[in-house]
Design a protein around this ligand. Structure first.
Ligand code: FAD
Length: 389
């Protein structure tokens, strides 16, 4: 894969601090040297390079906003966004691996966990010594997680968990699962060791998207955990939803990393490839496509940057995150589809990364709230009328 040059039409680099740029460039170098050479093979095999987890821990990309006292790097949200952008320039599977670990496992433990839970789990999760997953979705409850059927029943000093979760990223490679279950009808979160008796995590095979990522079912049959496994600070659907707001923020930045990668690969290709004695990029139709994509990607990056600054000032809303997640996924998927076409037959091979990104983005536009559900979340905020129930 040739060197990467990022489109920066409005000199956005000027808007980032030196530290933010340093973090981004460090992750960028690692992606180019360590991840890009192996991703195609893993995508083909349907595997994730687990041996890279300690290096990712060293890079500081697991829960980078977690305070240093718990093993995190205490970074700001814009630096975190730029990390996600670089990770997903590599592959959405890699960014998903890190998003789950940071936003859906470390974040709830830090936000809702007891002091003992924070001290026990966060440092190991930050180094990658321990991997986590997040079990919310069920076979019949995706967009409407509040309908979940998984239950946790009190039995002396323990809880007994029964239920099935579906489409769980990292499920089969995790040592702990954050499992959301109903206790007497109320949603609570539990830290469940995946080696507990009655717990299994069979992989969903035959995916044609996010192939470099393990996606599993979580099957829980009378899984017994101590009462101390419950996250004391999470009570009700708000608990998992707030985790999703954190993860969606990272996705909004991440997928634009895929878009930058597709744009760069296609621009190089069309400047070099000759058709009827001229580079393809010299024709008007390709130029219109490049102009449209450059505009959409730049607008999405501006939205993400503004959202990041609002988040760091503590005044961002979940509907604003819906806007960014929805917009970025749409822009990235449309960019990938357009670039795939512009690469001609080469666009359908894995030798070029664009087709892989395009396939991945079909998952990302669905998970963590589908495009249409985010449309309704924005609609509810701007009209004051909820339309998705
Ligand atoms: P449904 O909710 O059945 O939706 C189907 C279609 O109907 C969609 O187009 C949707 O927009 C539309 N729709 C549904 N309800 C409405 C409505 N009220 N109004 C209008 N339209 C509506 N989940 C986890 O808990 N943890 C994970 O780690 C995880 N990882 C995933 C990884 C992958 C690769 C994938 C594909 C999914 C993952 N998910 C995970 C699950 C994901 O979050 C759900 O698939 C997603 O929330 C959508 O739910 P669903 O598939 O049940 O679709």
């Amino acid at each position: 894969m040739s060197a990467f040059t990022q489109l920066d039409y409005l000199d956005l680099d000027d808007q980032y601090s030196e530290e933010e740029l340093m973090v981004r460039d460090t992750v960028r170098g690692w992606i180019t040297e360590r991840f890009n050479p192996v991703v195609m093979e893993h995508f083909e095999e349907g595997t994730f390079p687990m041996e890279l987890a300690p290096e990712l821990g060293e890079l500081g990309v697991f829960g980078p906003t977690t305070p240093e006292e718990y093993g995190g790097a205490g970074m700001n949200s814009v630096a975190y966004g730029l990390i996600c952008q670089e990770l997903e320039r590599g592959d959405s599977g890699l960014r998903s691996f890190c998003s789950v670990q940071g936003s859906l496992v470390m974040w709830p433990i830090h936000e809702y966990g007891s002091e003992e839970q924070k001290r026990e789990y966060l440092p190991k999760l930050a180094t990658g010594e321990m991997i986590g997953c997040f079990g919310l979705t069920e076979p019949d409850f995706g967009s409407n997680p509040g309908g979940m059927l998984t239950t946790a029943r009190k039995d002396g000093n323990d809880y007994i968990i029964n239920g099935r979760k579906m489409w769980i990223t990292n499920g089969s490679v995790a040592q702990i699962a954050i499992v959301w279950a109903k206790v007497e009808g109320r949603i609570r979160g539990f830290i469940v060791p995946t080696d507990a008796k009655g717990f299994s995590a069979p992989n969903h095979n035959h995916k044609w998207s996010l192939r470099a990522s393990y996606t599993s079912e979580l099957v829980m049959e009378d899984v017994r955990v101590p009462a101390s496994a419950m996250l004391p600070g999470a009570d009700g659907l708000r608990g998992p939803l707030q985790c999703l707001t954190q993860a969606r923020y990272g996705i909004a930045w991440g997928v634009i990393g895929s878009a930058y990668a597709c744009f760069d690969e296609t621009l190089r290709y069309q400047k070099e490839r000759i058709s009827f004695d001229k580079p393809i990029a010299a024709y008007q139709i390709p130029q219109m496509k490049f102009a449209n994509m450059a505009t959409d990607i730049t607008c999405a990056s501006l939205l993400n940057l503004r959202l990041g600054r609002l988040k760091d000032e503590g005044r961002f809303t979940s509907a604003q995150v819906s806007m960014a997640k929805r917009n970025s996924c749409k822009v990235a998927l449309e960019t990938a589809r357009t670039c795939r076409d512009m690469l001609g037959a080469n666009g359908v091979t894995l030798e070029y990364q664009t087709g892989r990104h395009m396939l991945n983005l079909e998952s990302v536009i669905t998970y963590e709230g589908t495009h249409d559900i985010h449309t309704l979340a924005i609609g509810a905020e701007v009209t004051g009328i909820m339309a998705f129930r």
